[in-house]
Ligand binder design. Structure first.
Ligand code: C2O
Ligand code: CU
Ligand code: CU
Length: 524
């Protein structure tokens, strides 16, 4: 198929289904799809579900109300340090299937780290050495990847370093000085990452500095994840639509809870993690201003006031919430994710506005928090020695897709690629020299947003350019490891890799990663 052929086909997929037209070829493919997605893709059902405001279609799914809501937000359970020795963090971490009672009276099988969903919080000090003995009690090979942290390549838990079922291994690295920030860990085996994460495997990491300008603020930790349960309260397999668009469960959770209550009785530092497979979060607190103080790789140089933030899968942010400001607007507010159109295909709707939590404001604080004007120095990276362009592409092949329906596992005929290639663990896609500044340009030549993530380092986004428009410079300098790239957009970033080894870069919509939108960077 030539490129224009596949683009036409792509357009065809998007348009015909949205219009509900009974074109023979699309009806054939859609008619073969499983379960509620087939229903959803069909024009009539599609329209009636839209009128009910239901994004996922209701057939086969547990009602959202089945999950209790309104409890006080639980804090994350902290993994205890078993080491007596200063400068060391030692612990064991087990991944295994288990049953949880999420819906009253119903046992749901999940896969969990340390019997918790979300997994435990690992807290390290800068300079501290972490040594975790990991045990895989899952029925599949897995890895533990330390998203955003600079660790030696052989401790990064990439897809080549599998821990087989029943096996153990030790992950060992030192949280480098200057690395204080908000990170996370999750499985990274090729083809199986999406499933392992949607069954419950993911946990938070915080690296702390001794001299943190916001160190005195109490913290709230908000891990956003979602869950897709069938009528029997069991975690559903990915449908064709989930594979294509990335999975969004009907339950949008915070620390595993539906619409919890967050009490703000004093200025608080919130750390936010988007651990969803594919759900974008356009976060807002009734439009009230808050202050962004950190991104993926830790504090900003200067605080930034905002009323809304986009947190795409894999990304983290730190914000400061001030009750003295909130109280001017009222006593309680919804923390919501506003509707966001990320270009989902085949009749999938725009993810609607979703309430994530309720914020209750204490009335005792009238004095606004004295935010420091500077948080830490961030040097802009110097002149680049090399520029590379990575083009994101997709090919939808209806015949192959059709043929693979009903077979178990990953479907065929949905290829998400970079520079014309699907991920191949045997291939090195790019090679760069240690310590050299490079500019990477991600050009998204597809119709869907893709949050692109690079292992091994933190980078600085330079600018963004939509096709036919001018370059828009990033408003402030920040350390990031994941950046969203919209359709027909070029995002330019600067990075230095300091550690030799093979590193992954990929789309953090986990289904796209598993379907091949991943590649290997060799640093020498
Ligand atoms: Cu969070 Cu390569 O991943
Ligand atoms: Cu990562
Ligand atoms: Cu993607």
């Amino acid at each position: 198929m030539t490129k224009s052929e596949f683009l036409q086909r792509r357009l065809f997929l998007k348009k015909t289904v949205l219009a509900g037209a009974g074109v023979a070829a699309s009806a054939l493919a859609i008619g073969q799809m499983r379960g509620h997605d087939a229903m959803m893709a069909h024009g009539e059902n599609h329209r009636s579900q839209r009128s009910q405001g239901c994004m996922m279609g209701s057939a086969g799914l547990l009602a959202v109300k089945a999950l209790p809501a309104g409890g006080i937000l639980n804090s994350l359970w902290r993994l205890p340090n078993l080491s007596q020795e200063a400068g060391f963090f030692r612990a064991t971490l087990v991944a295994k299937p288990m049953q949880l009672e999420l819906v009253p009276g119903v046992k749901t099988e999940v896969w969990a780290y340390q019997e918790r969903v979300p997994g435990p919080l690992i807290e390290l000090m800068e300079g501290e050495t972490m040594e975790i003995e990991f045990e895989n009690q899952l029925p599949q090979p897995t890895t533990v990847h330390w998203h955003g942290m600079s660790v030696p390549a052989d401790q990064d838990g990439g897809p080549m370093d599998l821990v087989m079922p029943g096996e153990k291994r030790i992950y060992r690295f030192t949280a480098s000085p200057g690395s204080a920030g908000t990170y996370w860990f999750h499985p990274h085996p090729h083809h199986m990452t999406a499933e392992q994460v949607f069954r419950g495997l993911a946990g938070a990491v915080i690296v702390r500095a001794k001299d943190d300008p916001l160190g005195a603020l109490p913290e709230q930790h908000l891990v956003f994840s979602d869950l897709k349960l069938d009528r029997d309260g069991q975690v559903m397999e990915n449908s064709m639509m989930d594979w294509m668009n990335g999975r969004e469960g009907q339950f949008a959770l915070v620390n595993g809870q539906r619409e919890p209550i967050i009490k703000v009785n004093e200025p608080q530092r919130w750390r936010l993690w988007n651990m969803n497979s594919a759900r974008y979060l356009r976060l807002s607190l009734a439009g009230i201003p808050f202050t962004v103080v950190g991104t993926d790789g830790g504090l900003l140089a200067k605080p930034q006031e905002m009323t809304e933030i986009l947190l795409t899968p894999g990304e983290r942010m730190e914000i400061v919430i001030d009750p003295a400001i909130l109280a001017r607007y009222g006593e309680s507010f919804e923390l919501v994710s506003e509707a966001y159109d990320r270009g989902k295909m085949m009749g999938a709707l725009v993810t609607p506005r979703t309430v994530l939590a309720n914020v209750h404001v204490g009335s005792g604080v009238t004095q606004a928090y004295a935010m420091p004007a500077q948080l830490r120095p961030i040097e802009r990276l110097g002149e680049e020695v090399h520029t590379r362009r990575i083009e994101l592409q997709e090919v939808m092949d209806m015949q192959r897709m059709h043929a693979s329906v009903g077979s178990s596992g990953k479907p065929q005929g949905m290829d998400f690629m970079m520079n014309g290639l699907l991920f191949d663990p045997e291939r090195v896609d790019e090679q760069m020299n240690r310590g050299e500044v490079e500019v990477w340009e991600f050009y998204n030549n597809t119709d869907m947003d893709h949050p692109m993530h690079i292992h091994g380092t933190q980078f600085q986004v330079l600018d963004r350019q939509m096709s036919g428009e001018g370059r828009i410079e990033e408003p402030f300098v920040a350390w990031k490891d994941t950046v969203n790239v919209r359709p027909q957009e070029v995002v330019r970033l600067k990075m230095v890799q300091e550690t030799a080894g093979d590193w992954m870069y990929h789309c953090h919509i986990l289904e796209h990663e598993d379907l091949g939108m991943m590649a290997t960077l060799r640093v020498v």
